[in-house]
Design a protein around this ligand. Structure first.
Ligand SMILES: *Cc1c(COP(=O)(O)O)cnc(C)c1O
Length: 503
């Protein structure tokens, strides 16, 4: 519990700091009327428990209010702008949710006989077709569960192709600006990771990359648009050089929302790229819910795609589940079943309702929104690299020089203004990064409000109000957390009588 403002949550009215259900319940209170067990009272015999297990007793309104109050402590895209760079926190049309909840889709079981789920296989096949068409790639692995899982899938596919050719290359090159999952995935796949520096334009330094290429390099992982929000304009030359060195190009496609409907990665020479359906193709995310990271593959990699996959035959749709039934040389599978079906439904609903023109408009609007922020803030913040930018705009902390305010203080002050902070301290290639991604779903009015808020905070920081920034957030249910301890020593279990929250 915050010491200064124990009951001050930032909401109007009486929204108090919310205790756990366990701290609220009283023995004997219940939300349901159970029949008297009567003669079955001792049905467990010796196994009957001897002591109370301490479940909280609460009435139905107490439970409802508890969850409602907790939900109001969350910041969500449904409540306001959420400019978290790299994450694409955008409005997800309710239509997609409605379709994903149709019982004929939501109640499917992954082990249902194939003859009974032909429609579901067809849906997966159509979704795959859209994704292949939009990326200009001939093959796809639908099963990876998220972006990072897709990276692993892509690298395992590359490794399978190299091994099939008797090639034991062991190095993966990753630009310095890459998302942390890129080196982690390459390492997990057994590769040695080497960093490639960026240039003064915020792009991969092509000369350094060319100098490092050789017959020990299995792949280059590149993000395009990159995490500085910039298009890698030498991408075609990069792909050509990588291929000439006998290596593959993996593209981190998390930023595909900036180019969808306009650029096909297959035309650039990419060999494998994951798509974060939960970013670009409108599945709500941020609370750790299911995402999906299908990986599109070039012709050179197509036959090594993992199991299972859908094929259409004369008899309908089949799921190829074993290497013996496969026409290619799959290296195995990425997960138990065929992927995140509910996310496929949402993605397909999104793509079909938008149409390819609508998708091109969405990426154009996302880029326009980011450039609007760039244009309206570049005189007061410090832009890291000259624009125009793509779907996100990167500032650094030079505008805070001599103010004693840090990027972290600035972000915390945004919380008191009622806005979720942008991504901070990422990418690592600039100092004190502030990475803003407004997305296409914010109106001009909402962007103007956001810009006005950032401008006034920047003015206050420059006017010497550092002390107020150090105090922020004052209006949140929690103040500053020990983020290192939260990551390294998380308290995952509640124990009666020990209130971690109060410590
Ligand atoms: C989000 C993201 C990832 C990882 O995707 P997950 O679905 O969170 O695993 C990788 N790279 C970039 C650039 C991202 O923004």
């Amino acid at each position: 519990m915050s010491d200064q403002h124990p009951t001050f949550t930032g909401h109007h009215g009486l929204d108090l700091d919310e205790p756990l259900l366990f701290e609220q319940g009283a023995p004997g209170v219940t939300g349901v009327d159970l029949p008297d067990p009567g003669q079955f009272d001792h049905r467990f015999g010796q196994a009957a428990r001897k002591s109370d297990i301490g479940l909280p007793g609460l009435s139905e309104p107490e439970v409802v209010r508890h969850y409602l109050r907790i939900s109001r402590n969350n910041y969500a895209i449904d409540g306001g702008i959420y400019p978290l760079g790299s994450c694409t926190m955008k409005h997800n049309p309710r239509l997609n949710e409605k379709l994903a909840r149709l019982s004929g889709l939501a109640d499917l079981h992954p082990l249902a006989p194939l003859s009974t789920v032909q429609g579901a296989l067809e849906l997966m096949n159509i979704c795959a077709h859209w994704l292949k068409t939009l990326t200009g790639m001939p093959a796809i692995a639908m099963s990876p569960a998220a972006g990072a899982h897709g990276e692993l899938c892509g690298l395992m596919t590359i490794r399978a192709a190299l091994e099939a050719a008797g090639d034991g290359r062991g190095v993966v090159l990753v630009p310095e600006s890459a998302h942390g999952t890129n080196p982690a995935s390459a390492h997990m796949c057994g590769y040695k990771v080497e960093a490639i520096p960026g240039n003064e334009r915020g792009r991969v330094d092509f000369q350094s990359l060319k100098d490092r290429l050789g017959d020990d390099v299995a792949a280059v992982m590149i993000t395009n648009p990159n995490t500085c929000g910039l298009f890698e304009d030498e991408i075609i030359e990069i792909c050509d050089a990588v291929h000439a060195a006998g290596a593959y190009v993996y593209c981190d496609g998390a930023n595909f929302n900036a180019i969808v409907g306009r650029v096909r990665p297959g035309d650039l020479g990419i060999d494998a790229m994951h798509l974060n359906l939960h970013k670009t193709f409108s599945t709500p995310h941020g609370g750790g819910g299911p995402g999906a990271g299908p990986v599109v593959l070039s012709r050179a990699l197509a036959s090594f795609a993992p199991l299972p996959y859908v094929v259409e035959s004369e008899d309908g749709f089949e799921l190829i589940e074993s290497a013996d039934d496969s026409a290619g040389s799959p290296y195995g599978r990425m997960k138990g079943f065929h992927g995140q079906f509910g996310v496929f439904v949402r993605a397909l609903a999104y793509m079909m309702s938008m149409g390819s023109d609508g998708l091109a408009q969405a990426s154009g609007d996302a880029v326009l929104s980011a450039n609007y922020i760039l244009a309206r803030l570049q005189d007061i913040l410090t832009l890291s690299y000259a624009g125009p930018c793509m779907h996100e705009v990167l500032f650094d902390d030079r505008f805070l020089d001599d103010t004693d305010v840090t990027t972290l203080d600035f972000a915390k002050a945004m919380i008191d203004e009622g806005v979720h902070p942008m991504t901070m301290y990422f990418p690592l290639v600039v100092k004190g990064a502030l990475l803003m991604e407004p997305t296409e779903t914010e109106s001009k009015a909402s962007l103007d409000q956001y810009i006005g808020m950032i401008r006034s905070l920047a003015e206050r920081a420059k006017a010497g109000e550092a002390a107020a920034f150090k105090e922020a957030p004052k209006l949140a249910p929690r103040r500053r957390m020990d983020e290192t301890a939260a990551a390294r020593e998380p308290v995952l279990r509640w124990r009666p009588g020990v209130s971690e929250a109060a410590e």
